[in-house]
Write a protein that binds this ligand. Structure first.
Ligand SMILES: [Fe+2]
Length: 238
């Protein structure tokens, strides 16, 4: 079920396993000034969510924000065929079967009216035997001073229901009580300078809250927390 986070912004979560660990996933819904809804990082669409969305406005934009979070976009597009399916660059090559309408290709700050975005370059993760790029697009909703990330930072803590084993794993991976990427990204990233430049662009936005796909939403002082998380992750001062 969707829950309101602030004016014109909602989230909904569902369980999701990644290599056997239930890290959950979260989608964000933003209502634009023209009452259109933008759905970022969709979860499984179902009747209760559809009913809620239809009460809030008209789903006009469905956004697959990186190369990993696309699992539920086709179902969303089936329910809302008139909506534009936006995809992070490269997703059209990785998953050509997706009904993508537009690729998010540049660092233009004007994306949808009321939402700014940029491509977070340099971020990679370790998956089984390879280092894989995220090609993540991150979003800023100035009206609520909210930054919306997908995998660019995790934030697990006591308020996120994790089995003890998973909690221990998150501590080992450096994703517990930190707003930062994990050890899996640390070993995969080769171009730290690119990541540093990306996070500095993100930090130029005046945000107070961070919504991410995995973990507990940070409601206060999120800019400082993201800066601190990335400083220790990159080993540089930002
Ligand atoms: Fe993820």
């Amino acid at each position: 079920m969707l829950r309101e986070i602030d004016t014109n912004i909602w989230v909904a979560e569902q369980p999701l396993r990644y290599f056997g660990l239930n890290v959950g996933t979260r989608m964000t819904v933003i209502r634009l000034a023209n009452k259109e809804l933008a759905v970022i990082c969709p979860i499984q669409v179902d009747d209760p969510i559809t009913l809620q969305l239809n009460e809030l406005g008209h789903v006009s934009h469905i956004i697959a924000p990186n190369l990993f979070h696309y699992l539920f976009v086709s179902e969303f597009k089936k329910v809302y065929p008139e909506a534009i399916l936006w995809a992070a660059p490269g997703l059209e090559l990785k998953k050509p079967e997706l009904p993508i309408d537009r690729i998010i290709t540049s660092n233009e700050r004007n994306f949808l009216d009321g939402i700014e975005y940029l491509l977070f370059e340099g971020l990679k993760t370790f998956v089984l035997t390879e280092f894989a790029s995220f090609n993540e697009c991150v979003f800023f909703h100035p009206a609520t001073r909210t930054l919306i990330l997908t995998d660019a930072a995790y934030h697990f803590d006591e308020s996120f229901p994790l089995p003890l084993t998973v909690q221990l794993m998150m501590r080992v991976l450096g994703s517990y009580r930190n707003l930062s990427p994990s050890f899996l990204e640390k070993v995969a990233i080769k171009d730290k300078e690119k990541v540093r430049q990306s996070v500095q662009k993100v930090l130029a936005w005046d945000f107070e809250r961070v919504i991410m796909a995995h973990g507990t939403i940070v409601e206060k002082d999120a800019q400082q927390k993201l800066r601190a998380g990335y400083e220790s992750f990159l080993g540089v001062s930002l």
